[in-house]
Design a protein around this ligand. Structure first.
Ligand code: CA
Length: 233
């Protein structure tokens, strides 16, 4: 079985023709497609059905795709959910906003259903491969994080990090290329019951950049949302 085996894909689209077409092609490839026809419906279905990936149209009634994307990214349970956005050519500036808000990829309308299915597969493959460095090691340019030894080095030089700096960097490395909100980082590194503010995250990001200058341009701040460690690919 290929990448599609048993994967549940939520298609969010208010135009029935497109919705049915995408559904048909995904089904044919062995996916389990489910559908939503509005932004609110999408949030509800994500919660109930726990899909493996969302194909999200930008222009939707009630709540548009950007807002849906932003909400999904801001909740820890869906912060990592792969999102493929559907946009029209005229919505290019919105597409860029969409990617900044954490969509993983986008397809411009009109699209061929086959090409869309290929992008869905590529995205799932990328996500499945995510901990690509193996369980004990993260590599990022000249930076090496050895989880077993709890060591970070730049080239041959070990760089001492505090436990929280280490945890934060590990989370960023593990989810490189994706937008992580301050709330998600806080709960991942400090724990849900941490009695601090999201400012804590900013302070630690700054310290990481001071200790590891190669992160200066690599960790980007995403508007009011959070941070993203650029993918090196
Ligand atoms: Ca639409």
């Amino acid at each position: 079985m290929g990448i599609s085996a048993h994967k549940k894909v939520l298609i969010v689209e208010d135009e029935q023709d497109i919705l049915q077409l995408v559904k048909h092609y995904l089904e044919r490839e062995g996916f389990r497609p489910i559908t939503a026809i509005s932004g609110l419906d999408a949030l509800k279905k994500v919660k109930e059905e726990k899909p493996d990936l969302v194909v999200l149209d930008l222009m939707l009634p009630e709540m548009d795709g950007l807002e849906v994307c932003k909400r999904l990214r801001s909740m820890p349970s869906t912060a990592m959910l792969p999102i493929l956005m559907l946009t029209a050519k005229a919505e290019e500036s919105d597409t860029i906003v969409g990617l900044e808000l954490g969509a993983d990829d986008y397809v411009t309308k009109p699209f061929s259903p086959k090409a869309l299915v290929a992008r869905v597969k590529a995205l799932l493959r990328r996500i499945e491969r995510a901990p690509a460095d193996g369980p004990d090691l993260h590599l990022y340019g000249a930076l090496t994080m050895n989880l077993a030894r709890h060591e970070v080095s730049l080239g041959k030089h070990e760089v001492p990090l505090t436990a929280k700096e280490f945890g934060l960097l590990e989370h960023l490395l593990r989810h490189r290329g994706r937008v992580l909100t301050r709330e998600v980082l806080l709960s991942a590194v400090w724990g849900y019951d941490y009695y601090g503010t999201t400012r804590t995250v900013d302070v630690h990001i700054r310290r990481l950049k001071q200790k590891l200058p190669l992160l200066e341009g690599a960790i980007v701040s995403v508007k009011s949302l959070g941070y993203k460690l650029r993918d090196l690919d």
